[in-house]
Design a protein around this ligand. Sequence first.
Ligand SMILES: [Zn+2]
Length: 99
Amino acid sequence: MKLPKELKDKSDLGGSAKNRECSIQGCGEVAIRSLSENAWKNYVENSGLKYNKNSRHKIYLCKIHYSQSNKYRKSQEKNFQKKGFLDDSIAVRKGKWDF
Ligand SMILES: [Zn+2]
């Protein structure tokens, strides 16, 4: 777990590949999650958020926007589980930093 150290070292923000900004329009906080656009697009948009797309097909979320989208995802996941529709939720759990 080296994230807290990186967060402390804010002087290194200029052009660093490690520190990513939240993709939500108008936010600009440091992202804590890098998520697959395919898996999370609907959750983010249905939470009432708009995000900036990028060429990697990733959505970067700060703590606040991640928990907001995650709250919506969990409410959906419950419905999916009832229907036995699990594929999406498995893909979502893999949504961690992967570079
Ligand atoms: Zn944000």
